[in-house]
Structure formats: C-alpha cells, structure tokens
Design a protein around this ligand. Structure first.
Ligand code: SIN
Ligand code: MN
Length: 269
C-alpha cells in the first residue's frame, strides 16, 4: 500500500517512483518474455518508422500467462486500486522497446486525450503503472514529465491533421507521430512555471503516473535498450461510451471485470 506521504507526492506531482520493487530475477524473466513478444509478428506489435525496429507490443497480458499474472500482482495492482478508490481492470498493456540508438521519440502528450477521444473513456479515473525492465537514465530516452501538469485538466488540443476523432486507423497513434501531440508554443506555456523532469530509476522500479500528466520521451542515445512495461488500469465503473471505429481489444480492453489481486507470495512463473 502507498503511504500518505507517497499519495501526497503523487497528488502534487502527478507521478511517483518506487525504486526496485521487482527483483533482478523477476526483471530478467520479464525481459526475456518481452523479447519473445517483440519477436512475434502480430498486429499488436508496432515497428519504428524504419519499418523493422520493434517499437513495442500491446496486449501481452491477454496472450502470456506471466504477464496476465503480473497485472494481478499486489505490487502493481494494489497501488492502482488504492489511488483510484475502487476496483479496476486493464484498459491497456504495452511493452515499449526503446531500442538502443533506434528507439524513436514519444512526442509530448496527455494519455487521457487519446482514451477519451478514441476509446470514449468518460473520466480520467485511470492510472499508469510502469515497470522498468532496464535502468532509465538521462541518456537512454527516459520518460520526461512536467510535474503538476495533471492538475491543469485535459488540454483542448486540435488534431494535427484536422481530421475527425475516430476517423483514423488505430495504428496511427502508436508511432512517433501522435494525433494529439503538444506543440512548441503550448510546451513553452506549460514550462513557464515548471521544469522538465526525467523519470530515472533502476531496473525493477515501479512508476505510477496520472493520465493527465504531460509526458513524452526522447531518443535512446545509449548502447542498450530502455524497455518498459506500461499497465493502464481503469476503474471498472469508469464507462467507455460508444465510439466510431473502436480500437482492437489489445489497445482498449473490454473485459471490465474487477481484477482480484493474487496472493503476495505469487511468483511470475
Ligand atoms: C508513453 O507515453 O506511452 C510511452 C513513452 C515511453 O515509452 O517513453
Ligand atoms: Mn503516454
């Protein structure tokens, strides 16, 4: 469970890093299972613009037993339930590869804009729980945050291509160009009174962040990959309104049954 100090810090900053929550052995297992997922040619796998480097893979908790257990482990599930104040299910699960030298950027954005406009999520009662599979350093493209920006609410962003919400093919929002990216003039306003902070931490860390927190990440300029699992929990009663052109299940979970935590002693394998 999160302490009052941790909850206060999350509410203030919009994120909370808990270092080394998973052991080195657990991280090794999650890394090898992630590589297996990266090696499978499937619609849920996304490539970088070069057409061959793996950018990430979605919905692995639906196809792999260890990832299915991971999302029910108390170390990731309990803080989400505590933070959202009620039962949750997985809206999205992805493993980002951020390959050495070839892993591309994530433009500045708020996740909730996509879940609201693309998936019909009615309230921002969701939380991201990231598990670091590699150390996140200054130089390997760590997540970058604008602390406190979640308190601004959902930014009113124009789509960069001027098209209707839901008109696009789902794959267009998984690559390094995002429909609702934050441009330089808006970023200048948002950073007038706050710094950009990199979320650095050892492998095995758990990072919780708010769906309204403005974030992005740069290129990986290091010789090793920066892999990260991102689980998005949504409150089971946070309804997804019907949308035109719904995204596949591996991008917008449709099993809203409240997740039941596994016993504390449960292992991944
Ligand atoms: C994201 O914004 O969803 C992921 C960013 C990253 O992996 O750096
Ligand atoms: Mn994001």
């Amino acid at each position: 469970m999160l302490t009052d100090v941790e909850l206060k810090s999350f509410n203030e900053d919009g994120y909370l890093l808990r270092p080394s929550v998973f052991t080195a052995d657990e991280v090794d297992l999650l890394k090898s299972l992630s590589e297996e997922q990266f090696s499978r040619d499937a619609p849920s796998r996304v490539l970088e613009k070069d057409g061959h480097t793996v950018r990430g893979v979605h919905g692995s908790h639906l196809v792999d037993e260890a990832f299915s257990r991971l999302v029910r482990m108390p170390r990731v599930l309990a803080p989400a339930v505590q933070m959202l104040g009620g039962p949750v299910y997985v809206h999205q699960f992805k493993i980002n590869a951020k390959k050495a030298l070839r892993g591309d950027i994530w433009p500045w954005h708020q996740d909730y804009v996509f879940w609201n406009r693309r998936d019909g999520m009615t309230r921002a009662q969701a939380v991201n729980v990231a598990v670091f599979l590699d150390e996140a350093t200054e130089v390997n493209g760590p997540l970058l945050f604008l602390p406190g920006s979640h308190r601004i609410g959902m930014l009113d962003l124009e789509r960069h291509d001027g098209a209707e919400d839901g008109a696009e093919d789902w794959a267009s929002n998984l690559a390094a160009d995002l429909d609702y990216a934050i441009n330089a003039p808006l970023l200048a306003k948002l950073t007038a009174d706050r710094d950009i902070v990199p979320a650095k931490g050892p492998a095995g860390s758990v990072l919780l962040f708010d769906p309204l927190l403005v974030h992005g990440s740069g290129a990986n300029m290091s010789p090793s990959d920066r892999r990260m699992i991102l689980i998005t929990y949504n409150r089971s009663d946070n309804i997804l309104a019907p949308v035109a052109n719904p995204r596949p299940e591996f991008l917008a979970g449709n099993d809203r049954a409240p997740l039941v935590a596994l016993p504390e002693t449960t292992s991944l394998s």
